[in-house]
Design a protein around this ligand. Sequence first.
Ligand SMILES: Nc1ncnc2c1ncn2[C@@H]1O[C@H](COP(=O)(O)OP(=O)(O)OP(=O)(O)O)[C@@H](O)[C@H]1O
Ligand SMILES: [Mg+2]
Length: 450
Amino acid sequence: MKFRIMVVDDEKNIRDGLAEFFKMEGYDVESMPDGIAAHNRFQKGDIDLVITDLRMPGMTGEELLKKIKSESPGVPVIVLTGHGTVKEAVQAMKDGAWDFLTKPIQDLDRLTLIVKRALGNRERRLKSKQLEEELELHKQSRVMIGNSAAMNHVMDLISRAAPTRASILITGESGVGKELVADAIQKLSPRKGKPFIKVHCAALAESLLESELFGHEKGAFTGAAARRRGKFELANEGTLFLDEIGEIDQNTQIKLLRVLQERKFERVGGEETIEVDIRIIAATNKDLLAEIKKGNFREDLYYRLNVVSIFVPPLRDRKDDLYLLINSFLKTFATENDKEVYSIDAKARARLENYDWPGNVRELRNCMESTVVMAKGREISEDDLPPNIQSITDKGWIRIPQGLSLAQAEEIIIRETMSVQEGNKSEAAKVLGIGRKTLYHKLREYNMEE
Ligand SMILES: Nc1ncnc2c1ncn2[C@@H]1O[C@H](COP(=O)(O)OP(=O)(O)OP(=O)(O)O)[C@@H](O)[C@H]1O
Ligand SMILES: [Mg+2]
């Protein structure tokens, strides 16, 4: 795909310099001396990315940015600011700028990288136009961020599976975004305006889960004072999201299988057969094939649920998404907490990018929230990060910050040793001077089994 970049600056040498540079990089470039000319050109269409100065006579960069964002929110705008205009830059980010750079621009590599990422994101969105429109619509709520090959694959699966009636099984470690995937599927499906009911299967005891799903008749069991409709009835014509499906008991599995096969069921303690039209999305962080082998999960149910399977990879396997996620959470929490934190210095960023994120996006999100809340300056530095992220290995060293408990320190030592030994448990146990069994035990205790 060949992209067209528009450069807007009232200073001729900057405008021409950038235009020249991006032409050499292989882009089509248009350059404009002020906001009004730029806006006129923009309205003719065909512009994929805008780089604009903020202070210009006539229409300012801010106004241009706002106009572009309201007319074509999908076109990234990168803003150039003078020294000492942090406030303006922050405001521009709030108004929807993709990123900003301080003039004079010394780091052309960084600019190139920003442009590449912005255009990569745009390309993905153009390729799944429908997804783009939907995601734009829900920008204010919960949007799935990511532009790694792995996430693009997930988004691709979502947009292909969403319009169908097929059951979908979403798998992946805790915190990778399975629920967000389910939300996206629902929003893109023809059942969008219809009920979308979520059931957290792990949260309910066996007997309660059954009546929660299928409802019950009055007097079906002690405490059933009135007839109650279950989630299957409530979700009729819409979508039912069964979260943590790996946790449901054998008995409920059989009933679930029947609904999936026949779309029929009875309320607990009832005779009447109820027919429903629902689409099922299920999610689990368990390895269901292993659960089948162990006899904990029915194979026939598995195949019914798993018509389309979507695996959401752990964050450590898609480090390309880190950059986008970090920036986005930074923006979200800075706005939410009304803090003028707008960037992360290189060292802190390296820490974040080198960390393994065993708790995946949820952990990153929490980390960014506490970091932003605790940040002392406008730029996040290493000291602002939570201790467990600060203390990763410098070649040959493990840094343990003051103030940790013995258990926290132990966790760091084990994690780092495992990583240096590339996950080899026997070697790690040897280095740590403990038995393999003890190590296994501790890995489980600290949630580091994988
Ligand atoms: N790609 C993403 N972009 C933005 N936020 C994300 C993304 N993936 C996950 N999150 C956020 O991370 C948190 C965890 O996501 P979610 O609840 O969907 O994970 P999950 O896979 O269902 O986890 P669990 O197995 O523990 O239920 C949420 O706050 C969610 O908004
Ligand atoms: Mg979940």
